[in-house]
Design a protein around this ligand. Structure first.
Ligand code: R5P
Length: 291
């Protein structure tokens, strides 16, 4: 069934699959980048629809600034063309990690992004496992911003892979809820490592006395950025006797960060070689539930 007067506008197969699950049309946004780096995203189709879902996705290596401008220009363009309802699907919420001004004079970036999107004409905002308000389904920065729990899909993926003798590890207490969700889902135990990050150098230290002999360990986290957290956690698991170690995360945001991680699976919130778990069905279900 095709939903009338609704269209998904995207830049790759993520948007295409989302349109398929929503039972609506898809159109690719033409993306031009001029020699000076300025962008000119052009809407080819969708001008006559009442409801547009803008579902652009980034790929590694990321360019969050260009991505944000492309989205903002697309929303403003749709608005000026008379489209009434504009939803934004931002699978990876850029700038969400700056979810407060950590030091005086710094921007509250996550809030500013939400405000910019709203001012441009966004009706509703959808993302996946956001660092701002993590573990929550609603993002408190706006009454029309929703976050999908990517760990439901990560849990399904791990369950399908039927691991023997699994143990789930959270590399820090911020990831405990993720580990708990997965452990309940596949019916096994989980443990939480103690992490310390030096705020000046960014270097990470970690400790745990959990005995992992014979265990197939899965370390879960929302994000791999520099890779420091995950690499430290992998070493610690090996030192504590783990039989095998794999990492399962939602977002991978840098190529350098994942280069030395041998066994890794991520979600398709960002296009990369390890993005094997799809959030599209969960995303479509959430959008449909609010139509
Ligand atoms: C921390 O709060 C996050 O959940 C991740 O553990 C962290 O952002 C990963 O960063 P990195 O890969 O740079 O250690």
């Amino acid at each position: 069934m095709i939903v009338n007067n609704m269209i998904v506008l995207g830049n790759d197969d993520f948007g295409e699959k989302l349109a398929e699950k929503l039972g609506t049309k898809f159109s690719r946004i033409e993306q031009r980048v001029f020699p000076d780096g300025e962008v000119c995203p052009r809407i080819i189709d969708g001008i006559n629809d009442n409801h547009a879902v803008v579902a652009l996705r980034m790929k590694l290596p990321l360019d969050p600034n260009m991505y944000l401008i492309e989205i903002l220009f697309t929303i403003k363009n749709l608005k000026s063309l008379g489209v009434k309802k504009i939803d934004v699907v931002m699978p990876y919420f850029v700038y969400a990690r700056q979810d407060k001004a950590f030091r005086k004079g710094e921007p509250f970036s996550a809030k500013y992004v939400i405000e910019l999107l709203k001012e441009a004409g966004t009706s509703r905002f959808f993302t996946v496992t956001s660092h701002a308000d993590r573990n929550k389904e609603k993002i408190s920065l706006s009454d029309s911003a929703y976050s999908i729990d990517g760990f439901v899909a990560v849990g399904n993926y791990l369950k399908e892979n039927n691991l023997k003798n699994p143990l789930i590890i959270a590399p820090d207490d911020g990831a405990e809820k993720f580990a708990e969700t997965i452990a309940i889902h596949i019916g096994c135990e989980y443990a939480v490592f103690e992490k310390h990050r030096d705020l000046d150098t960014g270097s990470v230290s970690m400790k745990s006395s959990v005995d992992m002999k014979g265990k197939n360990v899965i370390i879960v986290d929302d994000i791999i950025s520099s890779g420091g957290t995950m690499l430290k956690a992998i070493d610690l698991c090996k030192n504590n006797g783990a039989k095998s170690v794999m990492a399962a995360v939602v977002h991978v945001v840098s190529e350098k960060g994942i280069r030395n991680i041998k066994s890794l699976v991520a979600m398709d919130t960002i296009d990369s070689d390890v993005s094997k778990i799809s959030v599209v069905e969960l995303m479509a279900d959430r959008i449909k539930s609010l139509i």
